[in-house]
Every structure is written in C-alpha cells, then in structure tokens.
Design a protein around this ligand. Structure first.
Ligand SMILES: *[C@@H]1O[C@H](CO)[C@@H](O)[C@H](O)[C@H]1NC(C)=O
Ligand SMILES: *[C@@H]1O[C@H](CO)[C@@H](O)[C@H](O)[C@H]1NC(C)=O
Ligand SMILES: *[C@@H]1O[C@H](CO)[C@@H](O)[C@H](O)[C@H]1NC(C)=O
Length: 440
C-alpha cells in the first residue's frame, strides 16, 4: 500500500517536473503564444557592403548587431570579458544532445578562473568562423535568451523570446573585417543551429525563411516561419507569384572548419546555362555541376558583395554582354569589374539601367532567374556603370557565387522542408522594394 502510493506520488512529481521543464523550454512571446513568424530587419553597410541585422539577447536585454550570412554554422558573438554580460546564459554540456547535434567533436573540459561565457567547465566547443575574412577560432557553445520582433512596419513590433538560443562564443579579434558595430555573425544556413532551423524548432513554425536584401539606401528583412509576403502598395507575393528551383546539397563541406563527411550547409542551386539578352553564353557546362569533391556548382552568398564567376565563365559572360552592348560608350574598367560604360549614356528603366538581361537558367528553359540592370550593373567612380561580375580565378571551389548585389530587392524564399528556393526576380518590376515589406 505504502509502496504503491509512493510510486504514485513520485510519478506525479516526475510528471510535474516534466511539465515544468517542458514549459520552461517553451518559447515565450508577449501574448504567451508561439508566433507564426518572426522577422529580422536588414540594412546594408555602405563601407563593407555587408548586410547587417539587429536583435536583442541576454539578461538584461542588450541590442546586438551582427552580419548576416547565408553560410556559417550558427550565431556567434564576441564573448570576450567586457563584451558579454548576462545573468541568463548557460553552458551546453559536452555529453548533451545539442552538443552531439552540433557535430563538433570538441569539448572544453576545464577552465581555471571565474566562470564566464568564455570560461566554463565541461562545455561543448564550436568553431565560430568569420566567413568574410575566413578566420575561425574555437569557442564555447552556450545558450541565452534571444528576442526578435513579430511584426514589421512601421516599426519592429512586440518581441518573441527564445529562452535558450544556442550560439558560439567568438572573440573580439574575430569581429575584425565586419561592419562597424557588429559583434558577430548570424548564420542563415541549413545547419542545425543556424537561425532558420533553431527558430523553427523553438517557435514550432515551418523551417523556411524569406530573404529580401536592401540596397544601400533602404531597409530589408528576413522573415522566418509562416507569413504572407505582403508589400506596400498592395503587392502580395505569397501565392503563385514566385518561381521555384530545387535547393541542392553539396555533399562536401565548404566551411573553413568541418568534420570528415560533413555536407556543406550553404545553399546551392542548379544553374544549367547562362543567357545574355536571351542568347545562351557558350561555356563549359561541367563547371556548372558539383563534382564528387564538392567543386563547382552555383551557390548564393550574402558575404560576396558581387557575383563571382570562374575565369572562363567570367570571360564568356563579359564577352557576350559586351557584344550585346556595342552601341553603349565604354570607359576604362574600374576594379574589380572588367566591363564599364559611361553611366550618362545608359538609359534607365523601372528595373534599373537599360541593359540586356542576364539569365541564370535553372532546371528547364521556363525556369530562369532573370537579372535586370538594377541587379547586374554597379555604379563605380567617375560616373562609370559596370557589369557587376567579378573574376573568381581559374579554379575556384564554387564556379558561380551569386553575390548580394544580384539578390537585392528580390524576394528569395528558402524552404528547407521542401528543399526549394522560391524567387521573384526584381521587385522593382512590381513597383515595390524590400523596404516596403510589411508584417502584422
Ligand atoms: C572548474 O572545476 C574546477 C575543479 O572543480 C574548479 O576549480 C574551477 O573553478 C571550475 N571552473 C569554472 C570556470 O567553474
Ligand atoms: C549528394 O549525395 C546524395 C546521396 O548520396 C545524392 O543523391 C546527391 O545527388 C549528391 N549531391 C550532389 C550535388 O552530388
Ligand atoms: C571543363 O571543365 C572541366 C572541370 O574543370 C575540365 O576538366 C574540362 O577539361 C573542361 N573542358 C573544356 C573543354 O575546357
């Protein structure tokens, strides 16, 4: 009798603990419900051409500025003494499930000194990487509160809090080369603890996000979860207005630090041809595929300001573009570009300078990412207007790296569950920009 009531009591206590602990793991928003979407504002740093975001983290809540990256493994921030103060951080223990899922074999077993985010016993280690400078270091994996807005326009609205958001501790030196004020980098990659998957797991919304990068003078947005893609004035890109192409997995990691057998966490798409003014550019198609060593193919990168092409592709595209624009007066090339025009002699259209289109042809002829002047041409010094593609050398790891400028004022939906990329082409065509995105 006594035994069984004990058992009942301890079962009840265990259940209660389970409820309490699962409750404390749940995300909290001001309304007490999980949001269906959260947003991050994006601005472009005019000096570094990086895309920068901001959110709140820690206790008390501290605004944090970080450079956005479609690559990378997770969020990392400078945790050096003096840079990180919080009463709510916790270590990720070496033997824990998150440590296993983070796919890092490393563990910081002991640290002599006062406990701090950078000095903890029995803590899982990550390898935060500055993907701009390609410098990486070892650092503790810890968790802390992270708060992000649930509405956008006219102002970022009520915050939703992820109570135990996992990230890596970087260091002051690792922030060198980042936009002024940035304390780290926020990864949008497909990695388990990058923002898209971690926010989806925390808030229980879909594993997808939409990226709308701004040009220098405006503001853009990243929307995580399930939200209508509504833009002022009255433009809705949610249903039926995007084209889709499969997101490909490069089976060989493209990160600075990786384990054996790790796949790349970056986003690759299957470009099969490139057209200029509707005509296919002759190029070596083998370079467009990803080989067994993970070399070749096309990826999207927000830390490349301009699109980078393998040398022979660069030459072919530049030659084709030059041939189609023989009537426009040229000026001397302005580095890093090879083909520049007298900007005053180039007409303008709703979608930017009046120049031939460049098309990235995808899985079939009907599915092609059409690039107009606003995304292909870059104003350079002396009034020059240059074709914004850069020579990546004869043997780059990835043949085509679609850079930030080519993605600006385009809506890109990265759907990790369905493994596909939705793309809108230029929003300027629809008389709107990323600056007009609204939510709530
Ligand atoms: C780690 O454990 C050792 C031994 O128990 C202890 O002396 C040290 O203070 C601990 N370090 C931290 C940062 O807690
Ligand atoms: C990666 O590996 C999978 C399974 O082995 C295969 O189906 C896929 O085609 C590979 N991806 C590439 C880009 O080769
Ligand atoms: C095409 O590129 C592949 C991969 O770099 C190379 O092995 C091959 O020789 C190239 N073919 C031609 C015709 O240049």
């Amino acid at each position: 009798m006594a035994r069984s009531s004990n058992l009942v009591a301890s079962t009840a206590i265990a259940l209660l603990l389970l409820l309490v602990s699962s409750h404390s793991c749940r995300a909290a928003s001001s309304s007490g419900k999980n949001p269906s979407a959260v947003v991050l504002p994006v601005r472009k740093d005019g000096t570094t051409l990086q895309y920068v975001t901001g959110f709140r983290q820690r206790t008390p809540q501290t605004p944090v500025t970080a450079v956005l990256d479609l690559g990378g493994a997770t969020l990392w921030v400078d945790c050096d003494a003096g840079s990180y103060a919080s009463s709510s951080y916790a270590r990720v223990p070496c033997a824990s499930k998150p440590c296993r899922l983070a796919r890092t074999a490393a563990c910081a077993t002991s640290c002599v000194g006062a406990p701090s985010p950078g000095c903890l016993n029995d803590t899982c280690s990550g390898f935060p990487e500055n993907t701009v400078t390609r410098v990486a270091t070892g650092g503790n994996l810890i968790t802390d509160v992270l708060s992000v807005p649930t509405t956008f326009r006219p102002m970022p609205g009520p915050l939703a809090a992820a109570p135990a958001f996992l990230f890596a501790c970087g260091a002051k030196f690792l922030t060198e080369g980042l936009a002024s004020g940035a304390a780290g980098m926020a990864s949008l990659s497909r990695a388990r603890f990058a923002l898209p998957t971690q926010l989806a797991a925390t808030f229980r919304f879909s594993q997808k996000f939409a990226l709308c990068l701004p040009s220098t003078t405006s503001a853009g947005v990243v929307v995580f979860g399930d939200a209508p893609y509504a833009f002022q004035p009255g433009v809705d890109l949610s249903a039926g207005s995007l084209l889709y192409t499969p997101l490909l997995v490069n089976n060989v990691s493209t990160a600075g630090v990786s384990g054996k057998g790790d796949k790349s966490t970056e986003y690759f798409i299957g470009v099969t041809a490139i057209k200029v003014n509707g005509r296919a550019v002759p190029l070596n198609a083998t370079l467009l595929g990803i080989d067994k060593q993970g070399v070749g193919g096309t990826k999207l990168s927000t830390v490349a300001p301009y699109t980078v092409l393998e040398s022979s592709i660069h030459r072919a595209v530049t030659d084709a573009f030059a041939a189609e624009t023989a009537m426009i007066p040229r000026v001397a090339a302005v580095a890093p570009f090879r083909l520049c025009y007298d900007g005053s002699k180039v007409g303008s259209t709703r979608v930017g300078p009046a120049v031939p289109t460049v098309e990235l042809v995808l899985q079939n002829e009907a599915t092609s990412w059409v690039v107009f002047g606003a995304n292909s041409m870059v104003p350079a010094k002396g009034g020059a207007l240059c074709l914004g593609v850069v020579d990546g050398g004869p043997a780059p790891r990835t043949s085509v790296v679609v850079g930030g400028h080519m993605m600006e004022d385009n809506l890109l939906e990265f759907d990790l569950q369905r493994s596909r990329l939705g793309f809108s082409s230029s929003l300027l065509f629809r008389q709107t920009t990323c600056n007009n995105f609204r939510l709530g």
